[in-house]
Structure formats: C-alpha cells, structure tokens
Design a protein around this ligand. Structure first.
Ligand code: PMP
Length: 429
C-alpha cells in the first residue's frame, strides 16, 4: 500500500472522512508532509508545483523563511494574555488601517467565517434590520447567516438552497440571494424588502467560483444602492484582500465599503482574520466601552497570527511581491491562451493578478448560472492529469489557481509545458 493511502486509511479511523474540513476529501487523495516555497511534497516524497495555495493564503510561498523567523522570534518572547493588548496587535492594526481604505478601525479574530459573522451581526445592530443580501455562488464561511446558495446544483439556482442540515430556518430565510453582476436584480430585491435589508455582502471578485470579474460599474452600483436603501456594504476580501493589492481589491476598484472582512493572504497561511470599517460602526463592538455587539475570542490577536501577518505585510511593503505575482499571473494566462490557440481549444482563461481559472466554455461568464456551460467533466479530468504530472490544484469543478512570490518564471514555463501535454492527451488525442 502506498504511504499516502496508508496514512489516509489511518486518518479515517480517527476523523470522519479522514480530513478536517469539507472538500479536502478529494480524489486522488494526497497526504502532504512538506511545503517549501512554490512546492509541496506528499508522503511518498512526490513533488508538486502548488497553485492551490491552501485556498489562497499562501501568497509568499510555503513555510516562508522570513515569516517563520518572525513568528519564532515573537513566540520566544510573547504569546497570549487574556487581558490588555499586545505590541504586535498595535503594530498590525496600524498597518491595516494605513493600507486598507475602508479600515478606520480593525478587530482580529481567527477565521474568515468568524469575520463575516461579526460583520453581518454588526450591520443588524446598526440598522435594526434583519435581512442580508448575498450572491449565488459566493462563499462567506460556514455559519448560518451565509451558508446558503453557494455552489448550488444547477436546478437549485433561484431556489432556497441551505448549504447544511441543521441550519435555523430564520437565518436561511433572512438571507436573500441575488445574481452577481446584475444591479437590476439587487435593486428589485431592495424594493421588495423595504426597510428590511441590513447589509449586502459580496466577494468583490467571486473567487469561490473561479474568477468572475465585476463588470464595469457593478461594484460602484452596489455602493450606490446600499447607500440609497440605507444598508451597509460589506466587502468580503478574505481571498482578494492583500492578494490583489496590500489595500485589497477595494483599493484597485476605487470603491470603499462600510465594512471589510479579511483573512487568508493576510498572514501567508497562519491563522488570523479581521473585520474592519468605519470607526463609528466598529465602536458598536463591545471591545469599546458601551459597545453592545458581542465580540470575543480566546485566541484573538495571538502572537503567532499577528507576528505572521506583520511579517507578510512588511514583505509586501518592502519587496515587489505584487509586481512579481501579477507579472507571472499574466505570463500564465497568456501562455495558456497561446496553447489553446495552437491546439484549437475553445476555452476561456479568466483571472486577475495572481489568480487564474481555465473555464472550458467559450464566453466570459458573468455570474454563477452561466458556469453551467463549463465542461465540468473535462475541467476535473484536466486537473487530475495535471496533479499526476506534478502540478497541484484542487481536482474539483470551478476552482481557482494562485501564484505566490516563490514561483519563478521557470515554474510557469514548466507548468505551461505540462498543461500543453495534458491538453493534447485530453482533447487532441
Ligand atoms: N469568505 C471568503 C470569500 C472565503 O473564500 C472564505 C474561505 N474560503 C471565507 C470567507 C471563510 O473563511 P474561513 O475558511 O477562514 O472561515
């Protein structure tokens, strides 16, 4: 039995399904034992160029020496106190408020799900309203407010589609679903629920369904509609934040939300997340004297996450991190397009900055329902074959790829060669 399978079989004895978060349980199953820069290694020592990037956090590279050193230095001196605040929290919050346009103040938590939960509950307290708008296909975490109409089966689009058994009916029904890139749909929803919508949450680029770009005016339109109907705009920048610029995609788009949630690339894979926004809103949290919105967490602001995040942001400030990953992203996208042309493959290569997705469909998708045109079988077969040849990405339909600061031109060229050979096997035959 292979070492991967042996360990996985043992893992299944102790953990349901052998994995510790949903959708990690994919075929072919790998047990990873090492990550270094752009590469990851499975239990048999097989090396992969990694583009999965742990769903996005790995922006500098795995086990990044500078980040690790800063974390070790920090935890040799300090950890967690339960009261007061730490010097690391002060430094990190100063940096975030300096870089992220919507962040007048910030609070730390441990996961993107916590951040979106806190942000949404805050908007309910501020507005005295219950309802939330989210978009079909967007993912904002596992909790009841948002676990609805994520990767819905095609026949469930437009229907009530809770993502989990055990959810509260009231939570499900207070989450209204709109179509991304469709401002008319959003305005209709506001009109049909007068004075009832507390907030609208959006991934400014819905990376949970690959890379669907906001059409010109869409994010600006959301900003206007939220203001017009008295709702708060939340940008969920858990993926886009720090990856698309140190100030998030809001800085690129020039649209400032009321609240922002962040995580993932914020600390290059160490666990920390944040909610940020206007001071007057953030002071409703009960970390502020008199604040009435509960905000708590034993591990909030732990030295490991805060030190890792400071180190990650320092590198972004001092080195051409974004220049590098954007250049390699463009090299990858244009390289894949050239291969498609050469082989006569009709596919759409989507992406922004360091992120890309090849959809096996001819036109640019504008929202989730249009992804029905993507050839899902081919998409997954393509990814499985790439994994076999040492290119790691999630072998699931409609998933994005990420480039890190550790990837080199040679990695991209090597990947393009392998992509071409896999496409030849799959399509040209
Ligand atoms: N928001 C977005 C946009 C995400 O992509 C994710 C995770 N994929 C989350 C929130 C939830 O973050 P976490 O898994 O850290 O709870």
């Amino acid at each position: 039995m292979s070492k991967n399978i042996e360990l996985y079989e043992e893992s299944k004895r102790y953990a349901p399904g052998g994995v510790h978060t949903s959708i990690r349980n994919v075929n072919p199953m790998k047990v990873f034992t090492k990550g270094e820069g752009a590469y990851i290694y499975d239990a048999e020592g097989k090396k992969y160029i990694d583009y999965q990037a742990a769903f996005g956090p790995i922006i500098l590279g795995h086990s990044h020496p500078y980040v690790n050193r800063k974390v070790i230095e920090a935890i040799e001196r300090t950890d967690l106190y339960g009261v007061g605040c730490t010097d690391l929290e002060v430094e990190l919050s100063r940096k975030i408020c300096q870089h992220v346009p919507s962040a007048e103040q910030v609070l730390f938590c441990n996961s993107g799900s916590e951040a979106t939960y806190h942000a949404i509950r805050l908007t309910r307290a501020i507005t005295g309203r219950a309802k939330l708008i989210k978009f079909q296909g967007c993912y904002h975490g596992w909790h009841d407010y948002v676990a609805r109409n994520m990767l819905s089966a095609w026949d469930m689009i437009g229907k009530r589609d809770p993502g989990s058994a055990g959810m509260m009916d009231e939570a499900i029904d207070n989450t209204l679903i709109c179509t991304y890139n469709d401002l008319d749909d959003v305005e209709r929803t506001f009109k049909e629920n007068p004075g009832q919508i507390a907030s609208l949450i959006v991934e400014p680029i819905p990376h949970n369904i690959g890379c669907i770009m906001p059409q010109p005016g869409f994010l600006e339109g959301l900003r206007e509609l939220c203001t017009k109907y008295g709702a708060l705009l939340i940008f969920d920048e858990v993926i886009t934040g720090f990856r698309h610029s140190i100030g998030g995609f809001q800085k690129v788009a020039g649209v400032t939300p009321d609240l922002t949630t962040m995580g993932k690339a914020m600390a290059n894979g160490y666990p920390i997340a944040a909610v940020a926004g206007k001071r007057e809103y953030m002071q409703r949290f009960n970390t502020y004297p008199g604040g009435d919105v509960w905000f708590a967490g034993t591990y909030n602001g732990h030295a490991v996450g805060t030190a890792a995040s400071i180190a990650t942001l320092e590198l972004m400030e001092n080195e051409p991190v974004h220049e590098h990953i954007f250049r390699l992203g463009e090299k990858m996208r244009s390289g894949i397009r050239t291969i498609h042309e050469r082989l006569g493959i009709k596919a759409y290569v989507a992406g922004f900055g360091s992120v890309w997705t090849t959809y096996f469909m001819e036109t640019e998708p504008k929202h989730y329902a249009e992804l029905q045109q993507n050839d899902a079988e081919l998409y997954v077969a393509y990814r499985r074959k790439l994994i076999d040849k040492g290119i790691f990405k999630m072998p699931m339909n409609i998933k994005r790829n990420h480039i890190s600061y550790s990837h080199t031109d040679a990695d991209i060229e090597n990947t393009l060669d392998i992509i071409e050979s896999v496409l030849k096997e799959l399509i040209v035959k």
